[in-house]
Design a protein around this ligand. Structure first.
Ligand SMILES: NC(=O)c1ccc[n+]([C@@H]2O[C@H](COP(=O)([O-])OP(=O)(O)OC[C@H]3O[C@@H](n4cnc5c(N)ncnc54)[C@H](OP(=O)(O)O)[C@@H]3O)[C@@H](O)[C@H]2O)c1
Length: 319
């Protein structure tokens, strides 16, 4: 482990999805960790219960040689002006996503390194990787070089987290690709696809529970195959009927119109339009977002899920 990382305390700001797991992994790697959490808040209580020393966020920064900035992306721009003056000269700042480095307008003192160590999965996958589970790759980038050893700091931090292999990139590439992936495939695309497929079957008179099991529930087994073997390997594992349907029908589902939308979404990410829209929504109290989440919670797909997993139909009743 880099001497620089091992010297002094690592302050972890935020004890949410990433903050909690990064604090645990760094402690398991033998580093001295202090958690920066709002006094009296839920995170302060949980971090103390997990045995961490806690300070208010600015207090945690003072004297820390390395600072992991793991506050929610939408909260950081407002919180940062009160935090930056507390940074020790020569500290290294570690971000887990480049969003605010690219779009947040954050100001940094001259003497600090600012690096990106972005694990390529959620906190649960990062914790599992540290505990000997499946390896979790991470992207590394240097946003601001002050010490001359910023790449080494990023590599040592990622190794302490338990990430491997490590991929050098830029803040711009990590941010744009991460946003594109979550919007087009991992969250936006997947949720829209399974919802539309469920609705199509139910509109045509099929049983909602069966539509749910087929178009949503089974996705996990195929995603696991994709994760383990890639697209070609998944195709080796499915029936001939499924394979013919895959290659002859899949490109119609994601046809020219979907590809044009993918390009439009990428343009909005690259131009900063998406970041500005999200900043407006977050600073306006997330009214549209929270209403959409609530509306989707009431979708027929959720009730079908509860029924589908609670038990099958009664054979005595027949069709
Ligand atoms: N979630 C993931 O799987 C994932 C994966 C890769 C990278 N990342 C990146 O990791 C970073 C953290 O994301 P996250 O999902 O872990 O965030 P999160 O779970 O939403 O973070 C919540 C934490 O931030 C604290 N917090 C919120 N507002 C604050 C403020 N104004 N001042 C001080 N503390 C505040 C909360 O404290 P209280 O309890 O006091 O409210 C809580 O400890 C982001 O840059 C994200 O893009 C996340």
């Amino acid at each position: 482990m880099s001497g620089r990382l091992a010297q002094g305390t690592v302050a972890v700001l935020g004890f949410g999805h990433q903050g909690e797991v990064q604090a645990l992994n760094l402690r398991d790697a033998g580093l001295a960790v202090v958690v920066g959490a709002r006094p009296g808040g839920e995170s302060e209580r949980r971090a103390s219960a997990a045995g961490f020393a806690t300070r208010d966020p600015a207090g945690a920064l003072r004297g820390a040689r390395t600072v992991a900035v793991l506050l929610p992306d939408q909260a950081l721009p407002a919180a940062w002006p009160a935090l930056a003056p507390a940074l020790a000269p020569g500290a290294a700042l570690v971000f887990a996503h480049g969003f605010n480095l690219l779009f947040g307008g954050l100001a940094f003192p001259e003497s600090v390194d600012v690096v990106l160590v972005a694990p390529t999965g959620p906190g649960s996958a990062l914790r599992a990787a540290r505990e000997g589970g499946a390896p979790l790759p991470a992207y590394l980038a240097v946003h601001r070089e002050a010490s001359g050893v910023a790449w080494e700091v990023a590599e040592a931090y990622a190794a302490a987290l338990g990430c491997a292999p490590l991929w050098r990139t830029t803040v711009r590439e990590e941010t744009e690709v991460d946003l594109f992936g979550e919007q087009v495939v991992l969250c936006g695309g997947m949720n829209a696809l399974v919802t539309a497929a469920f609705e199509t079957l139910v509109e045509h008179g099929y049983t909602p529970e069966i539509a749910y099991l087929e178009c949503v529930h089974q996705l996990k087994y195929l995603a696991d195959l994709l994760h383990a073997r890639g697209v070609a390997g998944l195709r080796d594992a499915i029936s001939g009927t499924a394979l013919f349907g895959d290659l002859s029908r899949g490109p119609r589902v994601i046809g020219p119109e979907s590809r044009a939308e993918m390009r439009a979404i990428l343009d909005e990410i690259r131009s900063g339009d998406f970041a500005r829209a999200w900043a407006r929504e977050a600073s306006g109290g997330r009214r549209w977002l929270d209403a959409e989440v609530e509306r989707a919670r009431g979708h027929a797909l959720e009730a079908a899920r509860r029924r589908a997993l609670a038990g099958g139909s009664d054979p005595a009743k027949g069709d």
